[in-house]
Write a protein of this length. Structure first.
Length: 551
């Protein structure tokens, strides 16, 4: 059945229904009679006055895709499916490869310490904690500056530069000599890697709608677990090189994996177009898309979120825009969740190789035993995100993460078989670290509730900064005096886990309350007043009265 492009979005839970009733008079003749119907279920530009107002916004901002903006364009569902598949292969897949490069160089420390790296360098587990904390603090401090640089010069330029620079530092770790060099390289890696995640999320948002982004981010974070599997297998092989050239196996690990990510960084200069209209270049003269596909790619994203064109992709965020984003208190509940949500799961995950070594497993067996939890992590991540997409529900679905980890942490604290029962402890830790990862849902949720390119850029960085701040705290939950059972640490994790559950419930009810308040005001307005508001309001982003928060 045909879907008319004049349906103005009453089905969209994040936007108040529009009262504009103007029908489109132009429909592409080549689409007439398609059995697939028209893929556009809503068109905020159906009213000519609204369409013209947004055209002026795009011209003023010098939005790079403004020349293909077409309020009257229609397309079939099959055309959109083919385009999204092409985007997944061209854009999402390479985003996953780049995230693989990030995770290799920030996550291989866990494999390195399984090869007696700490003993070789004369370090303690407290030094290990300090290294992780310095890395995360540096990562946190670089988040917002990196995002501002990315918005100024474009993520397609900045991200490849980041990868190349941190890969050089990653390779240099093969020459570590002691505590000072260890902490210095940790700090440099954090400074260079910080901001990568919000930078890549910003880039992905140029190509995907708000409903599509979370599931693509789940593929993105699936790379984390895939990386864990691949690097575990690599570690199994590379750690066997201990003794060659007088090096420990961990030195070969840093050298080889750093060179792999360096190749990814160099390739990224050629595989990251700035936008859908900028895929043609001297080394790719035909581009990725046909002219029609370019039009569909741009207009479907704008109809999902017209604000994505109010800045161009080489436009810096002004101090005023930065301040407006920082004081947007409606996003603070999500920053609070980011601050505490991953604390309960971080120490057990960070210490898993040390825990397995304490259980008596060899360095090689230890790295192989980390593979199962990464496999289950992938499955649970994708299932959780797809469930959120299917139900169009964020808070209650993401709540499954702390509900999963709570009983595991309780057992880790009070089960008398911990450490005593070797395989029982391994099974418990594996179940705990296989938790359904809600990060993709939360990043997409933050992006959706930002409703503005400038705010979205900053909010992505602020959310990730909150996560890193929580990770810094988590790095000190397990203390040297408390090992090997870490009873005090695990008891604190149980308490935090309960707080996380209440934080999700608070966010859910807060956004429902905010929407109800706006509904009261909006419903009291006449149709003429609503239309006048839509055309003339100076408010932007989530401050608009006709915007509804996702929850």
């Amino acid at each position: 059945m045909a879907k008319d492009a004049t349906d103005l979005g009453a089905k969209d839970p994040g936007t108040a229904p529009s009262t504009d009733k103007a029908a489109l008079t132009h429909i592409s003749s080549d689409l007439s009679g398609s059995e697939d119907g028209y893929a556009t279920e809503k068109n905020p530009f159906a009213d000519p006055a609204t369409a013209e107002r947004w055209r002026q916004v795009y011209e003023k901002s010098q939005y790079e895709c403004r020349h293909v903006y077409d309020p009257t364009l229609v397309w079939t569902e099959e055309e959109e499916r083919r385009l999204v598949r092409k985007l997944d292969w061209r854009v999402c897949l390479w985003a996953c490869v780049m995230f693989f490069a990030l995770q290799v160089d920030r996550g291989n420390l866990a494999q390195a310490v399984s090869d007696n790296m700490l003993d070789d360098l004369g370090l303690t587990t407290n030094d290990y904690n300090d290294g992780n904390s310095i890395f995360r603090l540096s990562f946190l401090l670089a988040e917002l500056p990196s995002q501002l640089v990315s918005k100024k010069i474009g993520p397609d330029r900045w991200i490849p530069m980041q990868i190349v620079l941190w890969s050089i530092v990653a390779v240099a770790q093969c020459a570590l000599t002691g505590r000072t060099s260890f902490l210095c390289t940790r700090s440099l890696l954090g400074l260079l890697e910080g901001g990568f995640i919000p930078d890549i999320v910003l880039w992905l948002s140029y190509f995907y709608t708000s409903r599509e982004l979370p599931i693509r981010l789940s593929y993105f974070w699936t790379s984390l677990s895939v990386t864990g599997i691949i690097t575990s297998l690599l570690a199994f092989a590379l750690l066997h090189l201990r003794g060659i050239n007088g090096w420990g196996g961990w030195r070969w690990l840093f050298l080889v994996e750093g060179l792999i990510t360096l190749i990814v960084g160099v390739a990224s200069f050629f595989l990251m177009p700035a936008s859908a209209v900028q895929t043609k270049t001297w080394f790719r003269p035909n581009g990725w898309f046909t002219d029609r596909e370019v039009s569909i790619a741009v207009n479907r994203v704008l109809r999902d979120d017209p604000s994505k064109g109010d800045m161009h992709n080489r436009q810096a965020i002004t101090p005023r825009r930065l301040w407006e984003a920082l004081k947007d208190y409606d996003l603070w509940p999500l920053y609070l969740i980011g601050l505490i949500e991953f604390i309960p799961s971080t120490p057990p995950t960070q210490y898993i190789t040390l825990t397995l070594r304490n259980l008596g497993f060899s360095p090689f067996t230890t790295n192989l035993l980390t593979i199962p939890y990464n496999v289950f992590h992938i499955i649970n991540l994708i299932l959780l995100t797809r469930l959120s997409e299917k139900l169009n529900e964020r808070a209650f679905v993401a709540l499954l993460q702390p509900i999963w980890t709570l009983p595991c942490l309780i057992a880790l604290r009070w089960w008398p078989g911990v450490i005593v029962d070797k395989w029982g402890t391994y099974a418990l830790v594996t179940v705990l670290t296989s938790y359904p990862y809600a990060h993709a849902i939360l990043v997409g949720w933050t992006s959706r509730n930002s409703n503005n390119v400038g705010v979205r850029s900053v909010s992505a960085a602020l959310y990730n900064m909150s996560v890193q701040a929580g990770s810094i705290t988590a790095a000190y939950v397990y203390q040297d005096y408390d090992k090997p059972l870490y009873k005090n640490g695990n008891q604190n994790l149980v308490i935090v886990n309960v707080i996380v559950i209440f934080a999700f419930l608070f966010a859910k009810f807060y956004y429902q309350w905010r929407n109800r308040r706006r509904d009261v005001i909006w419903n009291a307005m006449t149709e003429e007043e609503r239309a006048e508001y839509v055309r003339n309001t100076t408010l932007t982003g989530s401050r608009r009265l006709d915007f509804r928060f996702a929850h």
